[in-house]
Design a protein around this ligand. Structure first.
Ligand code: BGC
Length: 736
């Protein structure tokens, strides 16, 4: 590709990787170019000849370092141009050392946790020759039925953007060419989290304005953090599947955002353009995908089969093809693969080493969210307890605690809760154990008797319930999101013994817990906590550590409330506690009364069970003295919003201080609240701190009806507090 064709389109000069990619392109045959655009599945297939002949640019799912080195050797030494391979792998929440699922990590509200987790995952993955991961997944989702909510960072564009960018920094390190950096991939571009009915692969319909205000911002943040690649979603958006969506891939990503990296399709998704009913056959699918700007095809081989004839017939211009190949070669140069294609595992720290385990433990600790703690049931006292009943199918299952989409982590590395409680108890108290159920889904009651018996004999019952790993993740959606199998019955039976219950939930999504809420004294939501989940959870239950996680997603009372999220619109008839009626309060043969004429469900009201941002601690935080730096600011200025937060308890703790705003009137209606800042604040017992957020008027911008990104003058409300229901507030104006 002549350098001039790139420089013609932009004002700044070529980087050295870009210049090298250009000169390499000029030497390539059409077949070799198409080869670069093809990614094939490894995992045992003999790819040697195809690599030798320049037919493969990337391999995914090969993590045997010797095999990877051999593939790279063939690519470097036996193919005509010696172009190294991209080796891709899903490294979603850890490689060998497994961190909490992404939704759990998001509950830490701690970018450092996500950055460090991604950096450790990158180091471990890179030690096997992997140089590219398909993460972070930054699909906004407001639907816990969707199994992939587990892989997401939750419902909020701001939180997801900050945390997703942290993951990009973690994977990619200081520079891509460092030996422990791997290229990241922002996925799935875009709208996948809005699939109808929370059903995987389903269609998504998102008005452009909402797309730009809610679904796109995290991707823009990832881009700003330097993400090397994007992955197109499986789903169709407003009738156009992402793998053939020119508007998304060309207009937004390349033209508006000036992304100059490359886009990979999802698995087989170019072939699926025809299954969607978007194209009539494979050949048309290739035409649409290349027109849209999908640089690399994952898994299927349609590019190889159809691009040559499409070029011959002039349907695809070779210059266009060159620009797609260019992005792939550029990344290979940026990763330093031409100079260092081979991996020496001896140069890397041992995977699953004590430092990595400690980081995973810290992450799990920060990810757990304390949802309920009646009468300060928690923390449990090691010294005051005589006996503890440990119950539940997830108490001692090293595999299930790892969570979804783990291909390289191994259950034998896991530290389970049962092991951890034994370690902590020593001789101090007796630990009795019964799983009660053979799996989280089991419907039989055979094991209940033993569990009830040990609960009755013990001072407290800790029940480890929830979902096993396979109930969330890709293609694992649920229409009911309650505790599966006979779990509710078991909780009821244990509650009937009179022994207090501490419920620990491990799950890949928010579950509806309303039916067991009154039966238990405390609830710790642990998501799937990963390799070190056991010690992290037990430390929290016994007060060795302090719970500090906050929900990255609203928890519905009933599944019928979905989608329920804090940043809802006010509507013309906003609900309040005064204008709603419960179904049981309606008189028999009631006349057609308005029942408050507001937006609520008769059987669920309008609030979630637990709101976004919520999470308890063993201490209590007081918020006061909200101050603004000005009553009004001019466009282009910054306002400082600050409040005092005090730790009113007797234990050192960290609070996640959150700032929400509301734009009172907009060219399009604005959410009732939007997160605009957050900070983890460590506080000694009794200590107070001022926490300030500086908000520039640009940070209050949104896309209006004309899709322009604008900040509008007018009135704003702002709240600072510990969750999305924060009460302490002030108001300010933006002047013209
Ligand atoms: C998923 C992607 C993933 C790819 C490769 C697909 O099924 O949707 O998120 O990266 O597989 O494993």
């Amino acid at each position: 590709m002549p350098q001039s064709s790139i420089t013609a389109k932009r004002s700044y000069p070529l980087s050295s990787s870009e210049a090298k990619a250009c000169s390499l392109l000029e030497q390539m045959t059409l077949e070799e170019k198409i080869g670069q655009m093809s990614q094939v599945n490894g995992g045992g297939w003999n790819l040697h000849d195809a690599i030798r002949n320049g037919h493969i640019g990337s391999v995914l799912n090969e993590v045997d370092v010797e095999k990877v080195n051999e593939l790279q050797r063939i690519a470097m030494q036996e193919s005509r141009l010696g172009i190294p391979l991209l080796i891709g792998r899903d490294v979603i929440h850890g490689f060998k050392t497994i961190f909490p699922i992404p939704l759990g990590q998001a509950a830490s509200w701690d970018p450092k946790v996500l950055e460090q987790g991604a950096a450790i995952a990158a180091t471990e993955a890179a030690s096997t020759g992997v140089n590219w991961t398909f993460a972070p997944m930054i699909d906004i989702t407001r639907d816990p039925r969707w199994g992939r909510i587990a892989e997401s960072l939750g419902e909020d564009p701001y939180l997801c953007g900050v945390l997703g960018a942290a993951m990009v920094r973690g994977f990619q390190g200081n520079q891509l060419s460092d030996s422990n950096s791997i290229a990241a991939c922002a996925k799935h571009f875009v709208g996948y989290g809005a699939v109808e009915g929370g059903l995987d692969y389903n269609t998504a319909n998102i008005p452009e304005n909402e797309l730009r205000n809610v679904y796109l911002p995290p991707f823009k943040q990832a881009l700003n953090a330097g993400v090397a690649t994007f992955m197109a979603s499986f789903s169709d958006l407003n009738g156009v599947p992402a793998a053939g969506n020119e508007f998304l891939m060309r207009q937004i990503l390349r033209e508006e955002w000036c992304f100059n990296g490359f886009v990979v399709s999802d698995w087989d998704a170019i072939r699926e353009l025809t299954v969607h009913g978007f194209t009539a056959n494979d050949r048309d699918a290739v035409l649409e995908a290349t027109n849209a700007g999908i640089n690399m095809e994952m898994a299927s081989s349609l590019y190889k089969d159809h691009i040559p004839s499409l070029i011959a017939e002039g349907k695809i211009e070779e210059a266009e093809l060159d620009s797609l190949v260019f992005g792939i070669l550029k990344l290979k140069f940026e990763l330093g693969l031409f100079d260092n294609p081979y991996t020496d595992p001896g140069q890397f720290p041992q995977p699953v080493n004590p430092d990595h385990l400690q980081a995973a433990r810290d992450a799990a600790e920060r990810s757990c969210v304390l949802l309920k703690n009646d009468h300060q049931m928690l923390p449990l006292s090691r010294d005051a307890l005589g006996s503890v009943a440990v119950i539940g199918p997830l108490a001692d299952d090293g595999y299930e605690q790892l969570g979804t989409w783990v291909f390289d982590g191994e259950a034998h590395h896991s530290h389970t809760c049962l092991q951890a409680v034994h370690d902590l108890a020593g001789d101090a108290f007796e630990v009795r154990w019964a799983s009660g159920m053979s799996s989280s889904r089991s419907r039989d009651h055979d094991g209940h008797h033993e569990a009830v018996k040990i609960a009755a004999e013990s001072d407290v019952a800790i029940m480890f319930m929830g979902e096993e790993s396979i109930l969330s993740g890709e293609a694992h959606c649920r229409a009911e999101i309650d505790l599966p199998g006979s779990q509710e019955a078991l909780i009821n039976e244990v509650a009937a013994t009179g022994t207090s219950i501490v419920l620990v939930v491990m799950a890949g999504r928010p579950l509806t817990l309303g039916s067991v809420l009154d039966k238990v004294s405390a609830i710790l939501y642990a998501w799937h906590p990963g390799t070190m989940g056991g010690p992290a959870i037990i430390d929290l239950l016994f007060g060795v550590a302090m719970p500090s996680g906050k929900l990255p997603v609203s928890f519905p009372r009933l599944v019928g409330q979905v989608p329920i999220y804090y940043a809802r619109k006010n509507t013309g008839r906003p609900p309040s506690h005064e204008n709603i009626t419960h179904i049981d309060e309606i008189d028999g043969r009631a006349a057609q009364t308005s029942l408050g004429m507001s937006a609520f469900h008769l059987d669920a009201g309008f609030t979630p069970q637990f709101p976004f941002g919520f999470g308890l601690s063993y201490t209590h935080f007081d918020y006061r003295e909200f101050e603004r730096s000005a009553e009004s600011i001019a466009m282009g200025e910054t306002i400082t919003l600050s409040a005092t937060v005090q730790n009113c308890g007797s234990r050192e703790a960290e609070e996640v201080v959150q700032l929400y705003i509301r734009d009172l009137a907009g060219n399009v209606t604005r959410p009732v609240r939007e997160l605009k800042g957050f900070r983890r604040v460590p506080l000694a017992p009794g200590e107070s701190k001022r926490v300030s957020f500086e908000i520039h008027t640009d940070e209050l911008a949104f896309h209006n009806r004309k899709m322009e990104l604008v900040t509008e003058p007018g009135g704003f409300h702002a709240w600072i507090g510990g969750d999305s229901n924060a009460h302490l507030w002030t108001e300010f104006q933006i002047r013209e």
